[in-house]
Design a protein around this ligand. Structure first.
Ligand SMILES: Cc1cc2nc3c(=O)[nH]c(=O)nc-3n(C[C@H](O)[C@H](O)[C@H](O)COP(=O)(O)OP(=O)(O)OC[C@H]3O[C@@H](n4cnc5c(N)ncnc54)[C@H](O)[C@@H]3O)c2cc1C
Length: 376
């Protein structure tokens, strides 16, 4: 599907000369739509650059950030491959979340040792090969024989350690940033209606706002955006369980035993995540809850009474080529997009928001690999 076709679907207003700015219009340089991870970090970057903006996002609408464990995992998937661009992304990750921690006096970025269980003899061979590969030397270490690394888990084939893993408290990042923007009158907790965005002289009019630029950070809801909905998102629903088990006290490590287990300092833990490209409904399902609980019972050595305290679902805004999608609309002056963060928003959002900010403010080029025009 060609990106070029987008313009056919968008409202037909290419001239930007029709609307009249009323006296009550608030003129702002940037209007950001979608106050999830991408929208909030982008707004924060603009604020750091001394720019004014209004951020519109609805806390009543579904989002991915509220469901995610926020794990940053350098080696992922069945084939245990190194995460795209992990080396270049990591310094920006640490710098960004640490700066937010310092500014607001919160803790959001938590490095954590990760233990991955081999599921069969083939896994064991594969990890051996990876460990001999120089590309993996800074992220893989400590192979342990079966039963040695984590006594709480069934372990028939041995484990290895993934270094440089971490998790980010994404809900805390978003809630903190939203609250700080709200205190400045720059956050509106409401649903954005695309039908009310109209081209205006040198910009776009949305209700009382006249914005030079509108930046869409809508996650999976991009499918309803008339200007960008033909970009190839490949959304995937995921569900996670927040659990408690009085007799189970897992050390603070991330365990990957087909599903992952993430213990929190208060003794609770999260199990995740399911993956489904066919059901894109918002609600969590009993079937996926059973899948996760079954995975827990298979992974844990002793039978444990597991109480589910929260069952959450969300849609990952993945893209067809598993890369972020950012940049300017090819024909509609002043419209921008940041999307396609998929299942890796915690690690990609810091760099992608910086790249888009510099593009908007300084016209810096966007890397070809993530630029939305690659779909043209
Ligand atoms: C089950 C699951 C597990 C995950 N685990 C991880 C993980 O471990 N590590 C990781 O890095 N990532 C993980 N992710 C992915 C991560 O959540 C996303 O990459 C990230 O949240 C994407 O950020 P976003 O801002 O693009 O989208 P979102 O977080 O979905 O935010 C978009 C926001 O825009 C709002 N919005 C959209 N349209 C409108 C509108 N018209 N009006 C008002 N508001 C609107 C939405 O309501 C939402 O709040 C997971 C996702 C899921 C579903």
């Amino acid at each position: 599907m060609k990106f070029r076709t987008l313009q056919n679907l968008a409202p037909q207003h290419h001239q930007h000369s029709t609307s009249i700015i009323t006296a009550s219009s608030n003129k702002i340089p940037h209007l950001i739509v979608g106050a999830g991870l991408a929208g909030c970090l982008l707004a924060w970057r603009l604020q750091q650059a001394g720019q004014r903006f209004i951020l519109i996002g609805s806390s009543a609408m579904p989002s991915a950030f509220g469901v995610a464990a926020g794990v940053i995992n350098p080696v992922t998937g069945r084939w245990m491959t190194k995460t795209w661009n992990f080396g270049p992304l990591l310094p920006k990750v640490v710098e960004t979340y640490r700066a937010i921690e310092q500014q607001f006096g919160i803790q959001v970025y938590r490095p954590i040792p990760e233990i991955r269980f081999c599921q069969n003899a083939e896994d064991l061979k594969r990890v051996g090969r990876r460990m001999r590969n120089p590309r993996y030397q800074n992220v893989l270490s400590h192979m342990a024989v079966a039963g040695e690394a984590a006594p709480e888990f069934n372990d028939d084939f041995g484990t290895f350690r993934i270094d440089q893993a971490a998790y980010v408290d994404l809900p805390l990042v978003v809630q903190t940033l939203r609250a700080s923007f709200a205190a400045l009158g720059q956050f509106r907790d409401e649903t954005f209606l695309h039908s009310e965005l109209q081209p205006a002289a040198n910009g776009w009019q949305y209700r009382d706002l006249h914005a030079d630029k509108v930046i869409f950070c809508e996650g999976a809801a991009m499918r309803d955006n008339p200007w960008f909905k033909n970009l190839p998102l490949k959304p995937a629903k995921g569900e996670t369980l927040l659990c408690q088990s009085p007799a189970l006290r897992l050390p603070q490590k991330l365990y990957h035993h087909k599903k992952w287990f993430l213990p929190y300092p208060d003794g609770s833990f999260r199990i995740g995540a399911t993956y489904d490209e066919s059901d894109l409904s918002d609600a969590p399902t009993e079937a996926k809850k059973d899948e996760l609980l079954k995975a827990a019972h298979v992974a844990l050595k002793e039978p444990h009474q597991v109480e589910v305290t929260a069952h959450l679902s969300g849609i990952r805004p993945s893209s067809l080529d598993s890369r972020p999608i950012i940049g300017a609309h090819p024909t509609e002056l002043g419209l921008y997009l940041l999307n396609g963060l998929g299942s890796k928003g915690a690690s990609t959002a810091p760099s992608m928001t910086q790249q888009l900010t510099e593009h908007i403010l300084k016209k810096s080029p966007i890397e070809n690999e993530v630029n939305l025009v690659r779909f043209d």
